[in-house]
Design a protein around this ligand. Structure first.
Ligand code: VGL
Ligand code: ZN
Length: 221
């Protein structure tokens, strides 16, 4: 273990519905599992998130007459992409991937549980007001740096990394430990916004090399 008490690995939405064949499949989403399993033992702090919607959630296209998945609509808090029904509470699709190995993770944040409000971010719901409590938890644990992995790069991972920055943490996204949905250029847009916010873009190889050097953020070259 080479990362310190100030570092947290945030494992986002590694759930069956985001895997190939799932209700909201992310291409090659299953490939992140092995990468995350290699990274996780290097971290003392690991937090998991789980997309956790009630049936009939406002982000589901089926909740809006005449609307189809991947169209957008306007909800009271702003624009919302409409998704296929996914990650419904207590269904097999909402379960974490069976091969994910993070036995030392102590906190699991469930998000998107308010029927009328989506939450891509692990910190702040889509109304941009309701907090999940993650920022307070990390601060109480003395965490200063959040390393984001999981699904999907351009939605829940990007929004979580941006909100980590907004909450005053350093943040990184591990690109080979994420996969994207990439809807209408959303992936390129996400990387631009992440760079502009000062989120570090890194790889698992760089992180593991840095961990061996006891320098998690700047691996020796
Ligand atoms: C996600 C769309 C809808 C994600 C969750 O985990 O990136 N994307 N719900
Ligand atoms: Zn969702």
């Amino acid at each position: 273990m080479a990362y310190g008490a100030q570092d947290c690995l945030l494992v986002i939405d590694v759930q069956n519905d985001f895997m190939p064949g799932g209700a909201l499949a992310v291409p090659q989403g299953d490939e992140v599992v092995a990468v995350i399993n290699r990274l996780a033992p290097a971290f003392e702090h690991v937090v998991l998130t789980q997309d956790w919607h009630p049936a009939g959630h406002a982000s589901f296209a089926t909740s809006h007459a005449g609307r189809a998945p991947f169209q957008t609509t306007t909800l009271p808090y702003g624009e919302q992409v409409l998704w296929p029904d996914h990650c419904v509470q207590d269904t097999p699709g909402a379960a974490l991937h069976a091969d994910l190995r993070v036995p030392h993770a102590r906190l699991l944040i469930r998000k998107g549980h308010h029927a009328g409000v989506d939450s891509y971010s692990a910190f702040l719901e889509a109304d941009r007001t309701t907090r999940t409590g993650l920022g307070g938890y990390l601060r109480e644990q003395g965490v200063r740096r959040v390393v984001c992995v999981g699904l999907a790069t351009d939605y829940c991972v990007a929004w979580s990394a941006l909100d980590a920055r907004a909450a005053g943490f350093e943040a990184a996204v591990v690109e080979d430990a994420c996969r994207a949905i990439d809807l209408d250029g959303s992936l390129a847009r996400a990387w631009q916004e992440l760079a502009a916010a000062g989120v570090q873009r890194t790889t698992s190889a760089a992180l593991l090399a840095g961990s061996a050097n006891h320098n998690p953020w700047l691996p020796e070259s």
